[in-house]
Design a protein around this ligand. Structure first.
Ligand code: MN
Length: 236
């Protein structure tokens, strides 16, 4: 075999090995860390309920900051940078204490906002099918569910989230968490639906009127995504 032929073969094997290992490394996160997901709609798509300026700042600055701070906290821990964020925040106690708080806040922020963008869309509509049945079993009616969820979101003192989760005696339940915490941190499945009640989510348009923001938000809930999350959670 000539030298150039051998070099060619080595190069071919090396390229093939690279291609074969790529799917095993995951898509977005290798050594570069976590990245801001694109909004699945234009920044003004949720007008008039959620204004474009709020979406732009909320996604482009607040969520970006959680991503950047999470990457900074984990910069010396490439094994964690390579995992899905839900796996990272499900295992906070395995992280060094020196970075645990930063990963809790910013990893939670990244996970929560990544879900939040997907559970909204223009012309949200109402739940149907299996999801509606499960909501009626747990809360009596859709309106009954909206009341329980709104109450949880209103009663969250300071900053945090209200969630629709799988679990509880009647199959589905509503919970609330402070700050950027999520039920995932307690080893629970990812929430099906969540609302951000940090002031940064509504202050530009609604100022201190959280109730008005929540009432408007019901118009942009993406029930197709929530139903898909429900189906995935039931599969386990
Ligand atoms: Mn937020």
């Amino acid at each position: 075999m000539t030298h150039s032929r051998r070099t060619f073969l080595q190069a071919t094997v090396s390229t093939a090995a690279t291609i074969l290992t790529q799917p095993l490394l995951g898509s977005a996160q290798q050594s570069t860390g976590f990245t801001l997901p694109k909004l699945p709609y234009a920044v003004d798509a949720l007008e008039p309920y959620i204004d474009a300026k709020t979406m732009e700042i909320h996604h482009g600055r607040h969520h970006q900051a959680y991503v950047d701070n999470l990457n900074a906290a984990l910069k010396n821990h490439p094994e964690w940078l390579a995992k899905p964020v839900d796996d990272v925040i499900r295992n906070l106690t395995k992280l060094p204490e020196t970075i645990r708080e930063a990963v809790r806040n910013n990893g939670g922020g990244h996970a929560n906002h990544s879900l939040f963008w997907t559970v909204m869309k223009k012309d949200g509509g109402q739940p149907t099918g299996e999801l509606l049945k499960a909501i009626e079993t747990a809360f009596g009616t859709f309106e009954g569910f909206q009341k329980v969820f709104t109450d949880a979101a209103m009663k969250r003192f300071g900053s945090g989230w209200a969630w629709l989760v799988i679990g509880g005696e009647k199959g589905l339940s509503v919970v609330s968490t402070p700050n950027q915490d999520t039920p995932i941190m307690d080893g629970k499945p990812a929430p099906l639906l969540g609302i951000d009640v940090w002031e940064h989510a509504y202050y530009l348009k609604y100022q201190n009127k959280r109730a008005d923001y929540i009432k408007a938000w019901w118009n942009v809930v993406n029930w197709d995504t929530v139903a898909a999350n429900f189906a995935a959670a039931k599969r386990g």
